[in-house]
Design a protein. Structure first.
Length: 349
């Protein structure tokens, strides 16, 4: 008689099937880890995963945030021509990231412009600030330290909600008081308002132009093209507004526009280099903090060189920027010594 066929249950086959199934289910995790962390499959972290039957397989996990590359390492890699990102984002993601990046900067500067205008246009606040900076001009240097400390705190807490919003407000207020103080000290408070407003308007227009493309299937405009169009638009609007309101002289207007042209070049260059190494889906908000850090470092370096060069024996003027020129304490002392020397010579003769 034909014997009934007995199905023999093979434990090894079950083991192979279970392992294959779990590995197949874990493959999307592997793909996500390799695509979003910039790490190759053989570099990913492997941890045991329990399955039915008491068997274990190993699956990939995303790295801890502390294991990801820092912003400084990313900028150095981008400067050397390398990129720590595995793939370039799509034009749609790039457009959203650019507009979010420049829009957040513009809104923060717009709020700073409003606060500066309130301080310099309110008689009580203006007179109080004028007395402070006239008697103790080095308070501005101390307030610069407050701005830097608030920026450092914002950098450390940039991912902690709602603490990051509180620190952003503190930084905006400190920045506004500093800009208003410089304007009052230079006896040209309207120039501080103009600089803040022009920069905010430039970033708003740049946020609109930076997401454009010539045809629907083409790549986005380069940041340099969008920046040139945005600066030309903002420049035309600023010239018309100044000619209409006549709140500054042509010399001050020309110096302001010269400074803004250099600042716009720096902002576009810094943003173009920054967006090469940041992840558009996660680092767009952090990019605003990084841009302010780079900007403040640039301003501090330029201001330091200007103060050292202007407060020497050969100069009686202080130029923090190309538009802010007035007699500083050391310049007034130098001029007083010259006047005394001239009077002594006249009396001797």
């Amino acid at each position: 008689m034909p014997q009934p066929h007995n199905h023999i249950h093979d434990d090894d086959d079950d083991d192979d099937f279970s392992s294959s199934a779990v590995l197949a289910m874990a493959s999307p995790v592997n793909s996500y880890a390799s695509n979003h962390t910039g790490r190759h499959d053989d570099d990913d972290i492997l941890t045991p995963l329990p399955v039915l039957g008491g068997h274990h397989v190993r699956r990939h996990e995303l790295p801890h945030p502390s294991q990801q590359e820092s912003y400084v390492a990313k900028r150095l890699a981008a400067f050397d021509g390398r990129s720590l990102r595995r793939a370039s984002p799509s034009p749609t993601i790039q457009s959203v990231c650019r507009r979010r990046h420049f829009g957040l900067c513009a809104m923060q500067l717009l709020m700073a412009t409003f606060l500066v205008a309130v301080v310099v246009q309110t008689p009580t606040l203006h007179d109080t600030l004028d007395r402070l900076v006239e008697r103790h001009p080095f308070l501005l240097a101390g307030w610069c330290v407050v701005v830097v400390v608030s920026l450092v705190g914002l950098t450390c807490a940039q991912s902690l909600v709602p603490l990051n919003y509180v620190l952003l407000g503190v930084f905006t207020i400190a920045e506004s008081v500093l800009l208003a103080g410089f304007g009052v000290w230079m006896h040209h408070p309207a120039l501080s308002i103009f600089l803040c407003a022009f920069t905010a308007a430039f970033l708003f227009v740049l946020a609109g132009f930076t997401g454009l493309r010539h045809h629907p299937n083409d790549a986005l405009w380069s940041l340099w093209t969008a920046g040139g169009m945005a600066f030309a638009t903002t420049l035309a609007a600023a010239v018309v507004l100044c000619l209409w309101l006549r709140f500054m002289s042509f010399a001050h207007l020309g110096a302001c526009l010269a400074f803004e042209s250099l600042l716009s070049l720096w902002l576009v260059y810094d943003a173009s280099e920054m967006l090469k190494c940041l992840d558009p889906s996660t680092d767009s908000v952090c990019g605003v903090v990084y841009m302010y850090t780079d900007f403040l470092l640039l301003v501090a370096a330029v201001a330091s060189v200007a103060v050292i060069a202007a407060c020497g024996e050969a100069s009686g003027f202080l130029c923090i920027t190309p538009i802010w020129c007035c007699e500083c304490p050391c310049g007034r002392a130098h001029a007083a010594r010259n006047d005394d020397a001239i009077q002594v010579q006249v009396v001797t003769l």
